[in-house]
Design a protein around this ligand. Sequence first.
Ligand SMILES: NC(=O)c1ccc[n+]([C@@H]2O[C@H](COP(=O)([O-])OP(=O)(O)OC[C@H]3O[C@@H](n4cnc5c(N)ncnc54)[C@H](O)[C@@H]3O)[C@@H](O)[C@H]2O)c1
Length: 455
Amino acid sequence: MPDLVELPDPTFSRRELLGATAAALGLGALACTPGAPGSPAPVQGVEPFRAPPMDRVRIGFVGVGGMGTIHVRNLVRIPGARITAVCDIVEAHAQRASGILTEAGQPAPTLYTRGPTDFVRLCETEDLDLVFTATPWEWHVPVCVAAMRNGKHAATEVPAAITLQECWQLVEEAERHRKHCLMMENCNYDRMELLVLNLVRQGVLGEVLHGEGGYLHDLREIKFASTGEGLWRRAHSIRRNGNLYPTHGLGPIANCMNVNRGDRFEYLVSMSGPARGLMLWAQTHFSPDAPQRRERYALGDVNVSLLKTAAGRTILVSHDTNLPRPYSRIHMVQGTRGLFQGYPDRVYVEGRSPSHRWEPAEHYLAEYDHPLWRFEAAREATAGHGGMDFLEDWRLIKCLREGLPTDMNVYDAAALSAVAPLSEWSVAHRSRPIDFPDFTRGRWQTQPPWGIVEP
Ligand SMILES: NC(=O)c1ccc[n+]([C@@H]2O[C@H](COP(=O)([O-])OP(=O)(O)OC[C@H]3O[C@@H](n4cnc5c(N)ncnc54)[C@H](O)[C@@H]3O)[C@@H](O)[C@H]2O)c1
């Protein structure tokens, strides 16, 4: 079995630690802003960022393993999208992506397979509009930064970044180079998540006060696999303790609360419990002399983090990937008139539902299904989590082609990803509260909420 990857130190660098400590003392974003020279001063009240429209979106794809291949299969079906270059450290993966393109009748892409930083050559050499990465977490920021420095928009899989410093780097590079840089949070586009957003927008749930989400997914087999995520994801469990994968559960709730568009994450507290699950798995699945049996894990099996927003709302975010359990993202959104609760999907609306009793969420689809889910192509999508991945790719290409602001932007990428390093800090400090940096530098107060968009 190959060795696990060497990670860059995912915990706080000295500068971040100073910043985080200062933030905990109330100095907030000031303390965490690297303030790199040349950063344009943020302007309050400006429109969301738009780039000039383009007829075709020429794409360089970096990292075509499990998730990257799903995106490639989607993108070949989206009008106006053209993958012209593919990069992967495993040549067979790049060849597989190339085969998907040629089978779809498109020209073979140029392949970049000379090693872990060959994406820089791709960004420097190719004439592209967008670089899209689905590499392991530690490569997301280096790829996005190389893309933007070479005049390309950037899109990354989740989480966008693993340290606060990296979150700021994405924001500053996007502002400096005037490029889109977004995190592809597919769960924002799932049918129930968009139903809830529509219920909120139509006022059915009243004023939203509280949300709960998370990533509760038994990944033990995946983390110990000798392919795919088994090659890199377990390393994070060895080194880090916190809410390492917060964006799937949190993204849709943040949208319902207009985070970065009228509200923002203000601070969090976080707790992790004991680490047992991975060790127990190793004991029962590997021979006594296997190196996996000697590994020790920092990551508590269950992490719970509580976020407070500037408007006073509360959000519970859970991370639970090392224990036997069925899948859940919790997905609860509660307002003054009712609530949605996922897994299984239910709704209660005062005056509409039977008193004190849940209704199946499906009852609300006829009236409140989101326009994106009335779109035939999404229902027919075969690649990726039941259609939501297709919708997020479709919307990205549409926004780029029409010169629209992207649905999610670099501030969302930074704010959602920041939960992981902030939670690590809080866990390491007896769950003390820690402030979120304001990555928008005040613009959250004037940005318009994400609308009810059409396909
Ligand atoms: N949104 C979702 O539902 C979802 C689901 C799964 C994974 N993901 C995310 O997608 C990303 C990839 O996960 P995955 O499951 O596809 O992992 P994977 O290990 O299957 O794929 C990663 C790919 O990147 C390649 N790679 C590694 N380092 C590279 C480098 N420096 N340059 C170029 N290529 C490199 C690997 O060879 C592999 O092909 C992760 O960020 C993960 O969190 C998201």
